[in-house]
Design a binder for this molecule. Structure first.
Ligand SMILES: [Zn+2]
Ligand SMILES: [Zn+2]
Length: 280
């Protein structure tokens, strides 16, 4: 079994309206790409901030600008396709109850939980319009805050899959990681992963970013295995041609660390399936 669950039906850009991208023709493009790559299980997980309902959780300027679509119409559209129904939802501290209400009142197959924004205010680890690195904090402080937020995201119990677990490294050499052994940042998050039982995403998206690595690092992934966490496999595609992006490298990585099963989701129930091999 191969899956691609963390997947967007459109790029994160202006002028990508739902009516152009939430269409049978567009879904067909993603399904064809998945079939060519030997991926059996495909689901969409649009960013929550593109839906009007997300403004109940947070009114970040990026969200206010982008919250145009209707979440229920999106779920209904996906239910009429062969795709699993998912969403990528930010963990917003203090909005746990509202987040639970938003997620539980819809029939998702899985929810991908993300941390993009950290600390006070609007700053994000992966968005140069709201760049946390502009605030004068050093790498030590930013990494510490990021992994604390990731731990809270896991521990919230709101989500099925913990997205791109070491996203803070996205910029690579432009904003270098702190010196020394990175376990001091990972360990609080690993503890939360172990306690919550959340699945950890292995994402090939980092291979398309300046860092040029899978998320998470091998050290982080090995700590997840020690903690008993299962993995979910995704590309974080934003275009059909990114479905199963560089899965050869993801599969080699999983093989090297001894992972033989991946998570499969339906109606927010998880099971483990033997990890397949790419046939495309
Ligand atoms: Zn994300
Ligand atoms: Zn995403």
């Amino acid at each position: 079994m191969l899956t691609d669950y963390h997947l967007h039906l459109r790029p994160d850009e202006d002028e990508t309206p739902a009516e152009r991208h939430f269409t049978a023709e567009n879904v067909e493009r993603y399904l064809a790409a998945a079939a060519a790559a030997g991926i059996e299980e495909l689901g969409a997980s649009e960013h929550v901030y593109r839906f009007r309902q997300a403004l109940d959780l947070w009114r970040h300027p990026l969200w206010v600008e982008n919250a145009r679509d209707d979440l229920d119409a999106y779920c209904e559209f996906l239910r009429g396709t062969p795709l699993r129904v998912g969403v990528e939802c930010d963990y917003i501290p203090g909005a746990e109850e509202k987040t639970a209400a938003l997620l539980e009142s819809r029939d998702f197959d899985y929810v991908v939980g993300s941390v993009h924004f950290i600390g006070e205010g609007d700053a994000a680890v992966d968005h140069d319009g709201f760049d946390v690195w502009d605030g004068g904090d050093n790498a030590e402080e930013i990494w510490r805050r990021y992994f604390e937020a990731l731990a809270a995201c896991a521990r919230s119990g709101l989500f099925d899959i913990l997205a791109h677990p070491d996203l803070v490294k996205v910029w690579g050499r432009d904003r270098p990681a702190p010196a020394g052994d990175l376990r001091r940042f990972y360990e609080p998050a690993i503890e939360a992963i172990a306690e919550s039982g959340i699945a950890v995403e292995l994402s090939t998206a980092g291979l398309r970013k300046p860092v040029g690595e899978l998320y998470p690092s091998r050290q982080f992934a090995e700590l997840c295995i020690e903690a008993g966490a299962p993995f979910a496999l995704s590309s974080d595609a934003h275009l059909p041609e990114q479905v199963g992006f560089e899965y050869d490298r993801a599969l080699a990585f999983l093989d090297a660390i001894g992972v033989e099963e991946i998570c499969v989701f339906e109606q927010r129930q998880r099971r483990l399936a033997p990890l397949g091999s790419r046939v495309g």
